[in-house]
Design a protein around this ligand. Structure first.
Ligand SMILES: Nc1nc2c(c(=O)[nH]1)N[C@H]1C(S)=C(S)[C@@H](COP(=O)(O)OP(=O)(O)OC[C@H]3O[C@@H](n4cnc5c(=O)[nH]c(N)nc54)[C@H](O)[C@@H]3O)O[C@H]1N2
Ligand SMILES: Nc1nc2c(c(=O)[nH]1)N[C@H]1C(S)=C(S)[C@@H](COP(=O)(O)OP(=O)(O)OC[C@H]3O[C@@H](n4cnc5c(=O)[nH]c(N)nc54)[C@H](O)[C@@H]3O)O[C@H]1N2
Ligand code: SF4
Ligand SMILES: [Mo]
Length: 669
């Protein structure tokens, strides 16, 4: 070790985790080891602070469950038991390459299923050499439906995905509606701006079945039943039209489908909406009035709206409100949702992989157990932990237990899914490899270079997929796995120039503070807002803005919701939290079942059961129970998690997963 390496060195980095904020980081390295991670000011939104998850990310990097070498399942051991022996990369990749070639040559490339999501990954570690390999093997493709599919469809249909209001422009609004979002857990850098705005007199409204931190601080909390946002938003729209608070001049100039939208909204007088949403009619009216009265009003539309049968229509109805009320055209007015379109990436290799069959990632259980012609014989999981994060968990577990399925899991730590693998491959973390990441809240693009050498024998995705491509004979001399070449392939030359000028960080060419309808307009073909977009109308099984009743039955009356918490990012970092996670429920629901704080409970429906203890919650409405997303087998008494109870049904748009449509019964056990 030379002297330089012994000194503390601060490396600039960027957080690539699945979080809207895209923080810029200062990573302190001493003797080749990370000793501190702090927020920097390079991305202004970071403002020098970061979440505790990433402040302690070194605990993930050096965790006891960190994968340090390739592993091969011990012959005769049961899948799921995690009985492995260490292997060299050469042996492990040799085995994987043989299985891939055998599958392609005997049953065709479609018998291979790459399962990936890329929640914690940028341009270089997802959709780069991996897609080149899968495309050339002709593997089965995967429709991405776990997250943001309904919001994406609705935003594209209505606005052609217009960029939203920047977090630091929230202070210019007089009224902010946080609708189905949980800033204090899921995008913490919005929270200080909400607080500042409230300090300056801005009214805050929160629409959420739970009393989140934002809801506690709000002037009005609308604790609606999950899955009823479409009814609530249409009732608000109807009230605006009826009370002459709609901006008809704006609509005439900038929107299509106005008459039809008004007609559909008119089906939702306050009383009907009150019945469906479980929110008193006067509260719905108060929401409409506060929103209409505000000179500058802003909707922060989150992902909590989409994860149910009515999710697409719910998001569309919420996004229609600023158009109906004429709230665009002022700094801090309009809406914000995902800003992932702030940077346009060039079509990557994915564009050339378009002929093979596609399966819905939310139907992994079905794909592994029931698909034929051909069946899935090789499953390659990376950038994802599906046994934990995907619905219909028992079905997936049965698939993973198949002795005739060859499963590869490529991850940083020994996840629940990895325990079922035949071959486990060790991946680097973002502090050990190159990546390029754009935020989806903050409008910023950042290069992240390695701060430390790979831990153990771990290797970055772009190298491993390139080597596999070579081993199966589909790598060519024109291909490159060098970070620089991959960046050049992904970005337009002017973006690369901006990145170089900014020393690894770039803002959108138009700036990071767009005012909607002043310097940012709908990206639809005619530049207008399509309130009843024909493609959405065609896609939604019962038409856009249709309300499908609650799936609760007498047998399974309670709505189980499973949104994010501050401790983990989806299931990432869950290896650090081994504690039992309780089921939160309202005192009335508990009392009716003879359950008290700490009572062991069985939560069940037709799909499965979870055993843990009850926690009596004061932040839930009766009829709604809560167990977070991303918890691991070690967090419950029977190794099953919320997704064991979530159906693999689809939302009305984008085929989005319906995590919050789980309906369950709970009993003391
Ligand atoms: N700490 C942390 N941050 C994260 C993540 C994480 O796991 N942990 N995940 C990241 C990812 S992948 C995503 S997609 C985003 C998600 O970020 P958010 O948009 O905040 O989404 P969720 O946490 O799914 O849900 C937000 C809120 O919606 C409420 N909700 C549930 N059902 C309904 C409903 O039917 N209607 C309404 N109006 N509200 C409802 C929930 O109670 C929750 O408080 O956050 C990202 N940031
Ligand atoms: N019940 C319920 N379930 C949900 C949700 C919900 O609301 N409720 N929300 C859903 C949402 S919004 C999302 S986005 C999904 C996310 O679900 P997943 O896509 O499964 O995301 P993570 O759980 O973060 O898992 C990512 C895995 O990739 C690994 N990884 C990270 N970087 C790399 C890398 O460079 N290389 C390799 N090989 N591996 C890497 C991490 O260690 C981690 O194990 O979960 C969904 N699941
Ligand atoms: S997870 Fe989000 S808040 Fe935490 S450091 Fe990363 S970008 Fe920032
Ligand atoms: Mo997500």
């Amino acid at each position: 070790m030379n002297k330089l390496e012994k000194k503390a060195v601060i490396h600039e980095s960027a957080c690539p985790l699945d979080c809207p904020d895209a923080c810029s980081l200062d990573v302190t390295v001493e003797d080749g080891r990370i000793t501190a991670i702090a927020g920097s000011h390079r991305n202004p939104i970071t403002a020098g602070f970061i979440c505790s998850k990433v402040r302690h990310y070194d605990e993930h990097v050096y965790h006891a469950t960190r994968l340090l070498s390739p592993l091969i399942r011990v012959p005769g051991s049961k899948k799921g038991e995690a009985a492995f022996r260490e292997a060299s990369w050469d042996e492990a990749l040799g085995l994987v390459a043989d299985k891939l070639k055998e599958a392609r040559d005997t049953k065709g490339g479609e018998s291979i299923l790459p399962y990936h999501y890329g929640g914690s990954n940028g341009v270089l570690t997802e959709n780069s050499t991996d897609f080149l390999l899968w495309g050339r093997l002709g593997a089965t493709r995967m429709l991405e439906t776990l997250c943001a599919a309904p919001t994406g469809a609705a935003a594209s249909g209505l606005y052609g995905k217009m960029l939203g209001v920047a977090f630091d422009d929230f202070v210019h609004a007089d009224c902010i509606v946080v609708w189905g979002a949980n800033p204090h857990a899921s995008h913490i850098h919005l929270a200080p701006f909400l607080k500042r705005a409230q300090g300056d007199g801005t009214k805050l409204i929160v629409v959420d079945p739970r009393q989140t931190k934002a809801a506690k601080a709000a002037d009005l909390h609308i604790a609606l039943r999950p899955g009823t946002d479409v009814a609530l938003a249409l009732a608000v729209a109807h009230w605006l039209f009826q009370n002459d608070r709609a901006d008809r001049a704006f609509l005439a100039e900038h929107a299509t489908g106005v008459e039809e939208f008004e007609r559909r909204a008119s089906a939702w007088p306050l009383e009907r909406a009150a019945e469906v949403t479980g929110v008193p009619a006067q509260d719905i009216e108060a929401l409409a009035r506060m929103y209409a009265d505000a000179e500058t009003a802003l909707v922060r539309c989150g992902w909590g709206i989409e994860r149910n049968r009515n999710g697409g229509s719910g998001v569309a109805a919420v996004l229609a409100l600023p158009a109906v009320a004429g709230k665009f055209g002022k700094r801090g007015g309009g809406y914000t949702m995902s800003n992932s379109r702030a940077f346009l990436f060039r079509p990557r290799v994915a564009a050339t992989w378009d002929a093979t069959r596609m399966i819905d990632m939310n139907h992994l259980g079905r794909a592994l157990n029931e698909l034929d012609a051909p069946s899935i014989d090789v499953l390659f999981v990376y950038n994802s932990n599906p046994l934990t994060t995907v619905t219909d968990q028992e079905h997936i577990r049965r698939g993973l237990e198949r002795e005739d399925l060859f499963t590869v899991v490529y991850d940083q730590v020994m996840t629940d899914t990895a325990k079922f693998a035949d071959v486990v491959l060790p991946a680097t973390t973002f502090l050990e490899h190159h990546d390029l990441r754009s935020g989806y809240g903050a409008m910023v693009l950042q290069v992240a270079e390695p701060a430390i050498a790979p831990v153990g024998l771990s290797r970055p995705n772009y190298e491993v997929f390139a080597e596999l491509a070579d081993r199966v004979g589909v790598w060519t001399d024109e291909d490159s796995a060098s970070p620089q070449a991959m960046i050049e392939r992904s970005l337009a030359p002017e973006v690369i120039t901006a990145l170089n000028a900014g020393d690894g960080i770039a803002m959108p060419a138009k700036g990071a503070h767009p005012v909607q309808f002043v310097d940012e307009f709908p990206g639809t073909a005619d530049g207008k807002i399509h309130l009843v977009a024909s493609e959405l109308e065609e896609e939604a099984p019962h038409g856009l803005y249709h309300f499908t009743e609650d799936p609760a039955t007498e047998e399974f009356p309670l709505a189980l919701i499973s949104p994010a918490t501050e401790r983990t990012i989806s299931s990432s970092l869950g290896e650090q939290y081994g504690q039992r996670v309780p089921l939160a429920m309202h005192a009335d629901d508990a009392r009716a079942r003879g359950i008290e704080e700490g009572t062991p409970v069985r939560i069940f429906n037709d799909l499965g059961e979870v055993r843990t203890v009850a926690r009596i919650a004061t932040d839930l409405r009766p009829g709604v129970v809560f167990m977070p997303k991303g918890i691991w087998a070690h967090n419950t008494d029977n190794g099953r998690t919320s997704n064991a109870l979530c159906p693999s049904t689809s939302a009305d748009l984008g085929k989005g997963a319906c995590f919050n449509d789980a309906r369950v019964q709970v009993e003391a056990s």
